[in-house]
Design a protein around this ligand. Structure first.
Ligand code: PMM
Length: 285
């Protein structure tokens, strides 16, 4: 399988012929899976460096939790959380993405050296985001999204989950390109767990080929999500905690890597690095 990476990435990435692993650095007190663990800038930077040492190709720095039901963080607070961490990780030589739905945060992160904007709203949450993506010329990850964390669970209505998500993602690409974003800098993501019931996520994974066939690099973010907790639960009342979902996350990584995913976004990097290698070997023989 020949890998096609977004063109604005550095050569250290574009020359890689394998599925990439993006490590998550949440600078938040309340993310669902690791909230509070890396809350100070120093801790977040150290965690990012550790993920890189473990084999992460990209580190994704976010300052606002997207946990279902989460309240929004004021913009200045998000900037204060994220920018120092981006700057330090960039200075250490990391390829950094900024996980934000706000154009001003994205712009300042790119000024600080981020090379990827990871917008879980695909540009829908902030009218200025598409312009910032176009003007900065960095890679733009457009995730499938229907609404903010406080309402997203009420928007899980689909006729045909894979078809509907594909159509809505393609509509975003049209809008982004109309605003001047270059096609070769767009990455798509089906947004597992975002306005998706537990059962909605599985067809998106099972039919990941249909998503890669849309013609854009594909990012998959299954890591530690509720649908994996539910899958592993021994009974309806018992939920496996987020850290207990890392083996299942790695299984998803192997499967989507075998089906041509461009990158996986994960909390536990070593397991997914190994799993991605398995998937890549599977796909390439
Ligand atoms: N999931 C979360 C946050 N950011 N970004 C992308 N592109 N795709 C995802 O699936 C995604 C994301 C939520 O997980 P977290 O709170 O553990 O970071």
């Amino acid at each position: 399988m020949t890998r096609k990476h977004p063109s604005a990435l550095p050569q250290s990435i574009t020359e890689l012929q394998r599925t990439l692993v993006m490590g998550v650095v949440n600078v938040t007190p309340d993310s669902f899976s690791d909230g509070g663990l890396w809350f100070t800038a120093r801790e977040a930077v150290n965690h990012g460096l550790e993920l890189i040492a473990q084999g992460a190709d990209i580190v994704d720095v976010g300052g606002e939790s997207t946990r279902p039901g989460a309240a929004r963080v004021p913009e200045d607070e998000e900037i204060a959380r994220v920018i120092p961490v981006v700057s330090e990780l960039v200075a250490a030589g990391a390829v950094v993405s900024v996980d934000t739905t706000r154009a001003r945060v994205a712009y300042q992160a790119v000024e600080a050296g981020a090379q990827i904007i990871n917008d879980v709203s695909g540009g829908l949450a902030d009218d200025d985001m598409s312009r910032v993506a176009a003007e900065t010329g960095v890679v733009f990850i457009a995730m499938h999204w229907r609404g903010h964390a406080d309402v997203m669970d009420s928007l899980e209505v689909y006729n045909d989950i894979v078809g509907d998500v594909s159509m809505e993602l393609l509509a975003r690409t049209e809008h982004l390109m109309d605003c001047g974003v270059r096609r070769e800098n767009i990455v798509l993501d089906p947004g597992l767990g975002f306005s998706k019931s537990g059962e909605n996520n599985w067809p998106l994974l099972r039919h990941v080929d249909q998503l890669t066939e849309l013609g854009y690099p594909l990012l998959i973010g299954a890591s530690r999500k509720r649908f994996l907790g539910r899958l592993l639960s021994p009974g309806p009342e018992i939920t496996v905690p987020p850290e207990g979902r890392d083996d299942a996350t790695a299984a998803v990584t192997a499967l989507v890597a075998a089906h041509g995913a461009w990158c996986v976004r994960v909390h536990d990097v070593p397991r997914s690095v190994a799993a991605a290698r398995v998937g890549d070997a599977w796909a390439s023989c």
